[in-house]
Design a protein around this ligand. Structure first.
Ligand code: FE2
Length: 212
């Protein structure tokens, strides 16, 4: 039996962002498609190894390497979908409206939205290649910000991604110099689809309310 996993690259309608060009997005979509393709490729190859019912000793090095790479490709695929989904075609409104679900969650977990933002932006400016992600813990509804190295190191098991910001250089290199990451982060904030962010929170806190 093979592993039944064939992902299809999604398409995103994201033209006219503020400070993030359509050229950047077109290139970024191509990169994302590469992650989907590699996730499928790796899964197929791993499937070949296990179909005779055993991973033989001589197959173990190749099997191990493919399996280690799977976390990179899978997270690369999924995180890009979260990232594109939390951007708003035509640009957003900047910070969330005061009564928004997210503003309330930030207040509950950080005291106020500004403190949450200081932390999230600070993480985004960290040196290295990766992501700044705000997660919600479904067990207690609290949100926390995390640095993810590459795509797979630092994700917290079971936590739900609420706001996902790509800070690999490819996310902004056509629009800004490598040292201008803060300008890209500012641009990112002006394009956040807070309604999509709120929807993720609601689902997450819904689960929490049911348990409480
Ligand atoms: Fe990316």
């Amino acid at each position: 039996m093979g592993i039944n996993t064939t992902y299809k690259a999604r398409s995103f309608d994201l033209s006219g962002l503020t400070g993030i060009s359509d050229e950047t997005l077109a290139m970024h979509f191509k990169l994302y498609e590469g992650y989907v393709k590699e996730t499928n490729n790796l899964t197929d190859k791993i499937s070949e190894f296990i179909k005779d019912g055993n991973v033989d000793q001589d197959e173990l090095p190749a099997y191990s390497e493919l399996t280690r790479r799977l976390g990179f490709e899978y997270n690369g695929m999924v995180l890009h979908e979260y990232y594109f989904d939390n951007l708003k075609s035509g640009g957003g409104s900047g910070d969330p409206a005061k009564p928004s679900e997210f503003a309330k969650a930030a207040e509950a977990s950080f005291g106020n939205y500004e403190t949450w933002k200081t932390d999230f932006v600070g993480i985004g400016k960290m040196r290295g290649v990766g992501w700044a992600i705000c997660y919600q813990n479904p067990a207690n509804g609290r949100i926390s910000n995390h640095w993810i190295t590459l795509h797979e190191t630092g994700n917290v098991a079971g936590f739900v991604p609420i706001l996902v910001m790509d800070v690999w250089e490819h996310a902004y290199l056509l629009d800004y110099k490598p040292a201008e990451r803060p300008k890209y982060i500012e641009a990112f904030f002006s394009n956040i689809a807070w309604d999509a962010v709120d929807d993720r929170l609601k689902k997450s806190s819904g689960a929490q309310t049911a348990r409480a």
